[in-house]
Design a binder for this molecule. Structure first.
Ligand code: ADP
Ligand code: MG
Length: 265
């Protein structure tokens, strides 16, 4: 595909026929095979699939951290060939520096990117407020709950106003109730920032509650087996959404697909 064909302003990410093969001691591992995915700006894509099917590999390839063996990836119409600055990345573990307080951990992003510090500090204050961390600016990571640590990690990922936010099982280590609260917060943050989000998750409820589209992958080598649009308003009340027919329709299909492939993992 030529640059001009895919450089439509409404497209945030284009994954075209991407395969990733790793060389390992046990031979070659095909992690992804012929993956195609078009993500429009402002979409929220949830990616579900059995472990080892290449979900993290897909996010890393989009971020320019892993080079596809075949195919191409474009971000806002530009080829991804090196690590990108205009994305934010949130991992399962918050990965905070223990000796830095909340504000210091968030501002690390600004230091690494050489951002204007006055602007970065203002932005950090805004994000701290938005994620409900006000009053904890000076707290150290060990003084925070798991949910709060993950909020710090989210603030850090959003500090430079990335166009695309990649989240790799960000709430996997949290208890069920905290996870629900984080889901509600993430829905609000996504609406307020207009960021395009790609979220990898093992929770079907989380995937469907948050997404405008759910992508289901097959066991390794990962391929996209089905995509389902979630036809719900962008503002989502947790309890109400879980009662809707649309939530049930998409969740049961995703569960069915994951159940039929789980044994192969
Ligand atoms: P998932 O995130 O869906 O659990 P991953 O993307 O982490 O899956 O991995 C997909 C497959 O690729 C796995 O079999 C994994 O062992 C392999 N893999 C991932 N990264 C590497 C690497 N850097 N070198 C070799 N094999 C890798
Ligand atoms: Mg993974």
């Amino acid at each position: 595909m030529s640059e001009s064909q895919s450089a439509t302003p409404s497209t945030a990410v284009t994954v075209s026929d991407v395969s990733v093969t790793f060389a390992s001691k046990r031979g070659r591992v095909s992690a992804l095979e012929n993956v195609d995915l078009d993500v429009r700006r402002g979409e929220f894509i949830s990616i579900a699939g059995p472990s080892g099917c290449g979900k993290s590999t897909l996010l890393k390839a989009i971020a320019g951290l892993t080079t596809p063996s075949r195919g191409s990836i474009q971000l806002k119409g530009e080829s991804v060939s090196a690590p990108r600055q205009d994305i934010g990345y949130v991992f399962q573990r918050a990965a905070l520096l223990e000796w830095r307080n909340v504000r210091g951990n968030i501002l690390l992003q600004a230091e690494m990117r050489g951002m204007d510090m006055r602007h970065a500090q203002k932005r950090a204050d805004y994000l701290i407020e938005m994620t409900g961390l006000s009053g904890f600016e000076k707290a150290l990571p060990h003084e925070l709950s798991g949910g709060m640590q993950q909020r710090v990690s989210l603030c850090r990922a959003l500090l430079h106003e990335p166009d695309v936010l990649l989240m790799d099982e960000p709430f996997g280590a949290l208890d069920a109730l905290t996870r629900e609260k984080m889901n509600v917060e993430l829905n609000r943050i996504w609406r307020e920032t207009g960021t395009t989000v790609l979220l990898v998750t093992h929770s079907v409820a989380e995937a469907v509650y948050l997404a405008t589209r759910v992508v289901v992958m097959s066991p390794r080598p990962g391929r996209i087996v089905e995509e389902h649009s979630v036809d719900l308003p962008t503002e989502r009340d947790y309890a109400n959404v879980l009662e809707t027919g649309e939530f049930h329709r998409v969740s049961s299909r995703v569960r069915e697909l994951l159940g039929s492939t789980a044994h192969a993992d």
